[in-house]
Structure formats: C-alpha cells, structure tokens
Design a protein. Structure first.
Length: 100
C-alpha cells in the first residue's frame, strides 16, 4: 500500500471480549436487529421493535450495500492503481505480513 494511504487504513484489529467490551455489544445488537429487519422485509412483514426503532435514527441503519454499490467501490479501487492483498502471490503475501 502506498505510504500516503496508510494513515487512512488504521491499525490492525484489537480482539476484545464481546461480553465485556460495550462497543462490541452495541455492534452485535445492531447487526442482529439489522438482519432481523431485512429477514422480515424479505418475507413481506413489518419489523416493529423499540430497539430497532431507536437504532433507525442512526443514518447508517438502513444504508444498503447492494452488489452494484460494492462492485462500483471495488472497480474504483482497482482503477486507482491500488491492489488488494489477495491479488498478490501467496509467497509475497507471507513476506508482507511478516514485515508488518
């Protein structure tokens, strides 16, 4: 990755106990309700839940990442000249991971 982009990526993930770390609990709760909402929607049902209603006040709650949207992002990254780690040969990936 070009050095000018590294500050935009952030650090490696830190693994925490989801039972003790509140942000993970919140993320799990959001993911569960979000999935439930879309399952009910798929079946033609309304999903009425007070927690979900509160979560829906967040602008990201109903942000849908469609295949088309993900493809546009992917192609944008590709055309920028950047590469994904999995595009590299396995031996080079090992070298890069070793030197991080």
């Amino acid at each position: 990755m070009p050095s000018y982009l590294k500050p935009l990526v952030g650090s490696r993930p830190i693994h925490r106990d989801e039972k003790a770390f509140l942000p993970l609990q919140a993320a799990d709760m959001f993911a569960w309700h979000n999935r439930r909402f879309y399952v009910e929607k798929w079946h033609g049902n309304d999903y009425q839940d007070s927690t979900w209603n509160a979560l829906c006040t967040l602008t990201c709650a109903e942000d849908v990442w469609t295949e088309e949207r993900l493809t546009r992002i992917f192609e944008g990254v590709r055309t920028s000249g950047l590469i994904f780690e999995y595009d590299l040969p396995p031996k080079l990936r090992k070298v890069i991971k070793k030197n991080r």
